[in-house]
Design a binder for this molecule. Structure first.
Ligand code: LMR
Length: 397
């Protein structure tokens, strides 16, 4: 069969990491994939994770299967983190959560679930969005549509366009929203705008599907759940795909969850029954290790405190690199106002560098940037920032 099949192109983000690994230039810099790096350009195992793993090594008594929906303690910890401890949604049992293999797995399980009962729904993503949203939801069967989001001229959110487009989305269609730290633009809605959007969802009947992969990278774990709280309170069906890849650094443990929020406990229990059939026919039940680690940390006050400190450390270092990048570009005499880089939130910045600049950075200086100009600020360090800024200045000439 393969004699006649054309090869698939490399993945636009993970394919870049493959190319970076092969690059022999000792000065190479990876600003591509959204993986946190510390000041030494390493992706560390968090101290709280190491401590939890040590405890697990002592106490874990079996590697038998988890339930189809995953570890119940993990699901409870996820709900408390994404909805807030005192959430009435939890008290009223209006949420069904299953453990999923990473944020990607969570999005796909949610997509499969909706498509199973609502195959005529179209699915709307922001323009632009994380490239894999298109792949995941197209593979689930959806026709993908785009709503306006980012204005390249103002380098800001085009809220009027977003509201206009989403006002016209029919009831039953699915709207994917980035709950915080929009990927790729780094441009988020304000709290007031989230409130307006949740109201619009309730009025028009489209289904919000929140991708919540960066909780804690914006302003903090509590502040960053504002959007989720608004949709949960709106009394509509709502989906939240969450991930511990970034905020716990559990990238390769594939630790995520899909949470379905419904207007009543009965509906949540029906949703749970069907979530289980989706999981069973995809991968049977989730991997355990990452979930065990995360719930151990979230349920230990000591480890929880350490985690919040480590998360704040990652968030602050990224903010420092935003400042350093702006100063570095100005110092290199690159033309323009770069203050937008400091306004953006989370791991990414939409740099505004054209695809031509991106190609030159890679060819001339082994600096890897995702097409469209998305850069991962965490790939910058005080050691490589001058090299990067000088290269940008040359590439933009
Ligand atoms: C990214 O956007 O770089 C991350 O979410 C990693 C990925 O899987 O693409």
């Amino acid at each position: 069969m393969w004699k006649t099949v054309q090869p698939a192109p490399p993945d636009s983000i993970l394919g870049l990491t493959d190319a970076f690994r092969k690059d022999q230039n000792p000065n190479k810099v990876n600003l591509g994939v959204g993986v946190y790096k510390d000041e030494n350009n390493k992706t560390p195992v968090l101290r709280c994770v190491k401590a939890a793993e040590e405890e697990l090594l002592e106490t874990e008594a079996s590697k038998s299967y988890l339930p189809i929906s995953g570890d119940p303690a993990y699901a409870a910890a996820v709900q408390q983190l994404i909805l807030g401890e005192g959430s009435s949604v939890i008290a009223d049992k209006r949420a069904a959560t299953v453990q999923a293999p990473g944020g990607t797995g969570a999005l796909r399980v949610g997509g499969d679930l909706i498509y199973k009962f609502n195959p005529q729904a179209r699915l709307w993503v922001s323009s632009p969005t994380w490239a894999n949203h298109n792949g995941i939801f197209a593979a689930a069967g959806f026709e993908i549509k785009q709503y306006g989001y980012y204005n390249p001229e103002s380098r800001d959110l085009d809220f009027d366009l977003l509201m206009h487009d989403l006002h016209n989305v029919p009831a039953g269609d699915v709207v994917v929203l980035h709950a915080c730290c929009h990927n790729p633009s780094g441009v988020d809605l304000s709290n007031d705008q989230w409130q307006q959007l949740a109201k619009l969802a309730a009025e028009t009947g489209w289904i919000p599907f929140l991708d919540f992969a960066y909780q804690g990278f914006g302003d903090g774990v509590n502040e960053d759940r504002f959007a989720v709280e608004q949709f949960a309170a709106a009394g509509v069906d709502c989906y939240v795909a969450s991930s511990f890849s970034k905020n716990f650094g559990l990238y390769n443990e594939r630790t995520g969850a899909i949470t379905v929020i419904t207007p009543s406990a009965d509906e949540a229990s029906v949703a749970m029954s069907h979530l289980k059939t989706v999981v069973r026919t995809n991968y049977s039940n989730p991997p355990a290790h990452g979930g065990l680690v995360a719930s151990l940390i979230l349920n230990s006050s000591e480890l929880h405190t350490i985690w919040l400190e480590e998360l704040a450390g990652m968030r602050d270092r990224i903010k420092d690199m935003r400042r350093a990048l702006v100063q570095g570009l100005v110092a290199q005499g690159v033309d323009g106002d770069f203050s937008f880089i400091e306004r953006q939130r989370g791991m990414f910045s939409f740099s505004g560098w054209s695809d031509d600049v991106v190609a030159r950075l890679r060819k001339d200086d082994s600096i890897y940037v995702v097409g469209g100009g998305r850069i991962n600020l965490a790939g910058l360090t005080t050691s490589n920032i001058e090299y990067v800024c000088a290269a940008v200045a040359r590439a933009m000439k």
